[in-house]
Design a protein around this ligand. Structure first.
Ligand code: HAM
Length: 417
């Protein structure tokens, strides 16, 4: 037998309704926020991710699924959605549409990570990206969008952690301070951190090695190095959140694992999922569009991990509303199969989800099957029914029956649902 690759999962027919439930709700929230769906390819030129996410990040340096295609191009399965949407924005001149432009996506993404609960090699994200957005009102709008998206899944008590990592100017001063701090601890840090120290000291803050984490805890914090504009932006956003009543905490430890961020960064975290507690992450990225060939464009966005969100929903006993089919037509004898199939076809045309027996099983087996399909009603059909033109609709939950003319079957079932 050939098994599924490590770190991937099948969504089985018995589970897919949970995904559909979540996706449907998320699409509704997107509509409420005036966001339109964008679909980009599953793979892109490797260079896109290297340039936008940054070659010192774990995602680019360790986790990408990169391969050479038959034409000798270096191709990478997308490790996230932001870079691809930015590429599409530039390539399709979407700035010509009226700005701000709000987009959303539901995608699979790929990272070669060590799989564990809530961490997969193929995972899914619901994400949003807002273009043409320099004002803190759009950071605020984006955070409200994320908050309402979680709320739509019943996850309104996931905690919001907020930080600002400033602009290039603030970062230069901050990185200097970080270097000064880490210089004294380099001997105790992991080889990757020692390597990154000279090239991208900010990344030392999100190393997952426990000893490096311990050292990073006492590092200088970026909020102390913000320039006046970045500080004003951050304070305005905090003020808006204070007034809105969305609970949050400023956490200077949030730096995010991707290089494109500027100013606002945020995460929604829970302690109910063990080590993989970040359900949603996002922030502002004002330099990304220009760095891949577009005009300087203020942008802000977020992505929610669908597997993590679904795990939380399951833990909380969410009723995903799996309803089964409306009706199952039980055939008294295999000779009625074709007639039953015609009845079912009519029901379906009328908008009643229905099925019937096609494998010649006994009536007892058909009742069992109908029950497993969670059919709301069964209609038993045989010679008598065809002769009289009358049919009995039986509600499976309580056994009550109703008789109707064959021609009214769909209408009677619809009014009883
Ligand atoms: P990220 O923090 O790398 O940000 O990922 C966002 C979310 O995706 C995480 O909070 C987590 O829930 C989920 N996730 C990430 N990796 C995995 C994995 N291996 N297995 C399961 N779930 C995972 C981004 O991807 C940014 N593009 C977010 C963004 C959009 N920033 C601005 N716009």
């Amino acid at each position: 037998m050939i098994n599924i690759p490590k770190g991937t999962k099948d969504v089985l027919p018995s589970e897919s309704y949970k995904w559909q439930y979540a996706e449907e709700r998320l699409r509704k929230v997107a509509k409420l926020y005036n966001a339109r769906e964008i679909r980009t390819p599953t793979f892109e030129h490797t260079e896109l991710f290297v340039r936008s996410i940054g070659d010192e990040t774990d995602v680019v340096s360790k986790e990408m699924y990169t391969f050479e295609d038959k034409g000798g191009r270096s191709i990478t399965l997308r490790p996230e959605g932001t870079a691809s949407v930015a590429r599409s924005y530039v390539e399709n001149s979407l700035e010509a549409m009226s700005l701000p432009l709000k987009t959303y996506y539901i995608i699979s993404a790929f990272r070669y990570e060590r799989p564990q609960a809530g961490r997969l090699r193929e995972f899914h994200q619901f994400g949003a990206e807002i273009y043409g957005a320099t004002s803190p009102y759009l950071d605020y709008d984006c955070i409200l969008f994320a908050y309402d998206a979680l709320g739509a899944l019943g996850l309104d008590n996931v905690k919001l952690r907020l930080n600002s990592i400033g602009c290039g100017e603030c970062r230069r001063k901050y990185v200097e301070a970080l270097r000064g701090y880490f210089a004294e601890h380099l001997g105790e840090m992991c080889p990757t951190c020692r390597e990154r120290y000279g090239r991208n000291a900010l990344r030392l803050l999100d190393c997952k090695t426990p000893s490096c984490r311990e050292i990073a805890k006492n590092a200088p914090v970026i909020l102390d190095y913000l320039c006046d504009d970045c500080r004003a932006h951050h304070e305005k956003l905090c003020g808006l959140l204070d007034k809105s009543g969305v609970p949050y905490e400023v956490d200077p430890g949030i730096v995010r694992g991707l290089d494109y961020y500027t100013r606002t960064v945020f995460e929604f975290v829970t302690d109910e999922l063990g080590a993989q507690g970040t359900v949603l992450g996002g922030g502002r990225y004002d330099n990304l569009v220009a760095s891949i060939g577009g005009k300087p464009t203020g942008c802000v966005g977020f992505a929610m991990g669908m597997e993590r969100a679904l795990m939380l929903m399951e833990k909380r006993g969410t009723d995903f509303g799996d309803t089964g089919i409306d009706a199952f037509v039980i055939s008294q004898s295999p000779e009625h199969t074709e007639a039953c199939m015609r009845i079912v076809a009519e029901l379906r045309r009328a908008g009643v989800s229905a099925d019937t027996e096609t494998t010649g099983r006994s009536m007892k087996a058909q009742f069992k099957y109908a029950d497993k399909q969670r059919a709301k009603f069964v209609v038993v059909v045989g010679a008598d029914e065809f002769a009289s033109g009358k049919m009995k609709i039986k509600r499976l939950s309580d056994g009550t029956e109703k008789e109707c003319a064959a021609a009214e079957l769909a209408a009677r079932i619809k009014e009883s649902i």
